[in-house]
Design a protein around this ligand. Structure first.
Ligand code: GUN
Length: 294
C-alpha cells in the first residue's frame, strides 16, 4: 500500500480563504482583528515561527505586532507587558511564544493573558473549557489536526486513536478533542512499556514526541491514518517528523508529511482563533454565537 499524502498546505489555503472573507466582513463593520506575539530572547527556531505567524496574519488582513523582549526581561516586566496588551483594544489575540527562558514561570505568564485573548488556548480557563465542554480557543496544533481529518473525510467516531506524547501543547488537548469527536483514546508517552503494542492497534496514530523518525512502519497497523506532529531538525539541516515517512507510507492509508503537513495548519488555526476573538468582541453584548465556531 502507498499511503495518501495529506497536504497541509492545500488544506490551510482552504481554511485561510474562508477566514480572509470573515476578516473582510469584520473590517467592514469597523473591527480589524489584531494579534500580538511576544517573544523573549533570541532562539532562532522561535524567531522563524514568530515571523511566519506575523506574515500569515498580514496575508489575510489581520493586524499583527511582534514584541521581541530581551532575554533578561524580569518575570514582573513580562507579566506587566502582557497585562498592557490585555487592555489594548486593537489587540484581540495574545500569544507568548514558548519556550520561555527557564528562570521565568511559563504558567504565571500564561495566566496573565486574558482568557478572552488567549488564542493559544493555554490558560486554565480555556484548558478547563476544553475538558468540560466547548472551548472557544482549542490549542492550535491539535485543533489543526482535527480540521485536517475533517477536511479529508476521515471519521474519528468509534476509531482507536493512539497519541504518542502527553505535552500540554499537543498530547493532552489532542486527547480531549479526539474524545469529543467520539474516538477511543490511548495516550502513550516516554514511560509507556512496549509502545509498539499500542501503536500497532491504532486506527489513527498521532505522533507528537519530538524524536526524529521514532515511529517506523513496523509499528503501524496496515491501513491506519498517521498524523505526524513532530518537527525535528537533523544535523544536516533537513526537517523531519517523528515518523519515518518512507516505511510508514508503505503501511498506512494516509499520512501527513513533514514539512507541509500539520505545521501550516497550526498557524492557520491561530488565525482562526484570532478571528474568533475579534468576532467575539464585535458581537453586541460580547456573546459568541454558534455560527462563529470555525
Ligand atoms: N511553541 C511551540 N508551539 C507553540 C504554540 O503552539 N504556541 C506557543 N505560544 N508557543 C509554542
Amino acid at each position: 500500500m502507498s499511503a495518501k499524502r495529506i497536504d497541509g498546505k492545500l488544506i490551510s489555503d482552504f481554511f485561510r480563504a474562508e477566514f480572509k472573507l470573515r476578516v473582510a466582513r469584520l473590517i467592514e463593520r469597523g473591527t480589524r482583528p489584531g494579534l500580538a506575539v511576544v517573544i523573549v530572547g533570541s532562539d532562532a527556531a522561535s524567531q522563524v515561527y514568530v515571523r511566519n505567524k506575523a506574515r500569515a496574519c498580514e496575508s489575510i488582513g489581520i493586524y499583527s505586532e511582534v514584541h521581541a523582549l530581551s532575554a533578561d526581561v524580569s518575570q514582573d516586566e513580562l507579566t506587566a507587558f502582557v497585562e498592557s496588551l490585555n487592555q489594548n483594544p486593537a489587540i484581540h489575540g495574545i500569544l507568548v511564544q514558548l519556550p520561555l527562558p527557564k528562570r521565568i514561570d511559563d504558567r504565571a505568564v500564561i495566566e496573565a493573558i486574558s482568557p478572552d485573548k488567549d488564542v493559544d488556548g493555554f490558560h486554565y480557563a480555556n484548558m478547563g473549557a476544553l475538558v468540560i465542554d466547548e472551548s472557544r480557543f482549542p490549542p492550535c496544533t491539535p485543533y489543526g489536526v482535527m480540521k485536517m481529518l475533517e477536511y479529508e473525510g476521515i471519521a474519528v467516531e468509534g476509531q482507536h486513536v493512539v497519541i504518542v506524547g502527553r505535552s500540554n501543547i499537543v498530547g493532552k488537548p489532542q486527547a480531549m478533542l479526539m474524545l469529543k469527536a467520539g474516538g477511543t483514546v490511548t495516550v502513550c508517552h516516554s514511560k509507556t512499556r512496549d509502545l509498539a503494542r499500542f501503536t500497532r492497534d491504532a486506527d489513527i496514530l498521532v505522533a507528537a514526541v519530538g524524536k526524529a523518525g521514532m515511529i517506523t512502519g513496523d509499528m503501524i497497523k496496515p491501513g491506519a491514518v498517521v498524523i505526524d506532529v513532530g518537527i525535528n531538525r537533523l544535523p544536516d539541516g533537513k526537517l523531519v517528523g517523528d515518523v519515518d515517512f518512507e516505511s510508514a507510507s508503505a503501511v498506512a492509508s494516509a499520512i501527513t508529511p513533514v514539512p507541509g503537513g500539520v505545521g501550516p495548519m497550526t498557524i492557520t488555526m491561530l488565525l482562526g482563533n484570532t478571528l474568533r476573538a475579534a468576532e467575539f468582541c464585535a458581537v453586541p453584548g460580547g456573546r459568541m454565537n454558534e455560527t462563529m465556531i470555525a
